[in-house]
Design a binder for this molecule. Structure first.
Ligand SMILES: NC(=O)c1ccc[n+]([C@@H]2O[C@H](COP(=O)([O-])OP(=O)(O)OC[C@H]3O[C@@H](n4cnc5c(N)ncnc54)[C@H](OP(=O)(O)O)[C@@H]3O)[C@@H](O)[C@H]2O)c1
Length: 366
């Protein structure tokens, strides 16, 4: 179900509300299982001075959360016996914080929960991005809320930062994108085309996704990695002169295959390595690193969190918003009404079930 209404002004009595939270009980091995979590019900406690009650409206499903649940990642592992955390959008329902207004839409890395009670120190613009910190979300450009989790949020910023700043894509470049049908990837393909790439090729799983890459997401060609006996050969066929930019969401064998076909001065932006996130052992690196030397190429990893708040990031969002308004960007969201089934929905990121930016609608506007 899709629901795009903006803030309600409803005031609830927190004492009568039931909360439900997904509590992390163990470090998952491979795909997550229901037994890795507890679906816990509790009463929402009465607010203390300084606290704010937030009704969660949307939870974004991000592959990175799988890393946060485990022992290896770029943040400390999420604590056991506490709620799983991810990008959250909610609405202030009630507050005893004089700096916060009822009805404000807030966002941040919050809980997989129906409600959050947020202390004053964790309702903070200056600490935005820290786990558990929420801050008012700028929805002034008037788009539906899910779009601020997609093209006008993390995915849109990631796609732009990786393509334009890290890979320094310029008009005329030949661009390859892995994970191309997904949230970040589908935006990268379109940005590349809108910015004058000479050729854009997307890699995705399955005929339907590959057809949509060409019909909907700006690709000149698509490679179905699930129906491809030799990915390197397929990439070589698509880029007989080599590729200038590779935006990689997948890693592993996909990265190695792309590195077989670098043009002189190629730039690889490593956005993610989704093929490795459920691995239970060490993953081999590419065996063809020499190709970087031979082609004076570069490979750079990045985190969008380093980009947020910069003037360049603001300019990027202004351009993205304009493209949306002009109908030049197809930013597809996949909104599910499945709070009670979050682990199953989350796994779809790794089995390819999602069709666009995957998120859970936890509550509608009243
Ligand atoms: N660096 C950053 O700051 C940053 C920020 C956000 C996201 N990311 C990364 O960006 C990547 C995409 O994230 P997203 O949120 O946009 O998710 P998404 O692409 O919307 O969804 C994940 C997609 O990845 C594909 N996939 C899953 N397992 C795969 C495998 N083993 N091999 C090839 N493809 C596989 C699936 O599509 P198919 O059906 O095509 O397999 C799936 O639909 C992830 O690696 C994520 O960690 C990085």
């Amino acid at each position: 179900m899709q629901e795009y209404a903006n803030p309600s002004t409803a005031e609830d009595n927190s004492m009568s509300l039931k909360n439900h939270e997904w509590i992390l009980k163990s470090r998952p091995q491979g795909l997550v299982k229901n037994t890795d979590f507890e679906y816990r019900e509790s009463d929402v406690p009465p607010l203390q001075d300084g606290e704010t009650l937030v009704k969660v409206r949307y939870l974004a499903m991000d592959p990175a959360t799988r890393g946060w649940m485990g022992d290896g990642g770029y943040v400390d592992p999420l604590p056991l016996d506490k709620p799983v955390m991810g990008v959250t959008v909610g609405e202030v329902l009630e507050t005893k914080n004089p700096d916060v207004e009822v009805g404000t839409i807030v966002a941040g890395v919050g809980n997989w929960a129906r409600y959050m009670v947020v202390p004053a120190e964790q309702m903070s613009v200056t600490r935005a991005g820290e786990l558990g910190v929420l801050a008012p979300m700028d929805i002034s450009s008037g788009h539906p809320i899910p779009m601020y989790l997609h093209a006008l949020g993390t995915s849109g910023g990631t796609a732009w930062y990786g393509l334009m700043e890290i890979a320094r894509m310029k008009a005329g470049d030949a661009v390859l994108v892995s994970g191309a049908h997904g949230s970040c990837g589908s935006l990268v393909c379109q940005y590349a085309k809108l910015k004058g790439a000479s050729k854009v090729v997307g890699i995705a799983g399955g005929q339907e996704k590959c057809a949509e890459l060409v019909e909907l997401f700006g690709c000149d060609e698509a490679i179905d990695y699930k129906d491809c006996s030799d990915l390197s050969a397929a990439i070589g066929k698509a880029f007989p002169e080599g590729l200038d930019v590779f935006f990689d969401n997948v890693g592993g064998e996909t990265l190695q295959a792309a590195m077989d076909h670098l043009a002189k001065g190629a730039r690889i932006a490593v956005c993610g390595m989704i093929s490795q996130y459920n691995a239970t052992g060490a993953s081999p690196g590419p065996e063809n690193m020499w190709n970087l030397v031979a082609n004076t190429a570069s490979i750079t990893g990045f985190l969008v969190s380093d980009y947020f708040g910069s003037p360049e990031c603001e300019q990027a969002y202004a351009q993205i918003a304009q493209w949306l308004d002009e109908g030049k960007l197809n930013a597809r969201v996949d909104v599910r009404d499945d709070f009670e089934r979050i682990p199953e929905v989350f796994n779809e990121l790794f089995t390819g079930g999602n069709r666009g930016r995957l998120m859970i609608q936890v509550a509608s506007a009243d």
